[in-house]
Write a protein that binds this ligand. Structure first.
Ligand code: ZN
Length: 190
């Protein structure tokens, strides 16, 4: 267990206070699962669930990319990734380990480059990407997810109204207001 743990965080690394990695017991349990199901991710998932939101977990939105979204709202094509402060190089909490500095520096930089490539691949496939830091309080993270969903909903609603107006102008020639109020936007939620 401890060998496995050491491969995840270098000697001397101090995780941010209050983070999932700040307790040795939690670290050991969580790290046994690799980078999945980290404590902030699980807490975010349960809070979103309590608020009635439904989503897929660890879904690869893009088949050609070997990365998964920690949370995926498939209807809205919203991918949420919870980034660990050490592994993703958080500007507030990442501290270069005292030993093997060059190795860790290159390693974390490589992760950051890969994160940007992942975001780009998800976006090319039509997904919106939302990254939240491990250190973000769960309420704030939940708020960010809800705000992103609200924006996607309003974008879809206005797009479908525009589409209907366009159809009606060129097709039926009915007054726009009557036509729009006679049609209700339908969506099945995310
Ligand atoms: Zn951080």
């Amino acid at each position: 267990m401890s060998r496995h743990f050491d491969t995840y965080h270098p000697a001397g690394y101090r995780p941010p206070a209050g983070s999932w990695a700040s307790s040795d017991a939690i670290r050991k349990t969580m790290l046994a699962c690799g980078s999945r199901n980290t404590r902030p991710e699980v807490r975010l998932r349960s809070l979103l669930h309590r608020r009635g939101l439904r989503f897929r977990v660890h879904l690869p939105p893009v088949n050609s990319v070997r990365r998964t979204a920690d949370l995926a709202f498939t209807h809205w094509r919203l991918a949420v990734l919870v980034d660990g402060c050490f592994w993703h190089g958080c500007s507030e909490h990442f501290v270069l380990p005292a030993t093997n500095g060059a190795y860790w520096s290159a390693k974390i930089e490589g992760n950051r480059v890969r994160d940007r490539a992942t975001d780009a691949a998800f976006r090319r496939a039509g997904w919106t990407v939302l990254r939240v830091w491990e250190h973000t309080p769960v309420e704030d993270a939940c708020q960010k997810v809800q705000a992103a969903l609200a924006e996607l909903r309003s974008t879809e609603a206005s797009a479908s109204v525009r589409e209907r107006r366009g159809t009606l102008r060129t097709g039926l020639g009915l007054p726009v207001t009557a036509a729009v109020s006679g049609h209700r936007a339908t969506n099945t939620g995310g």
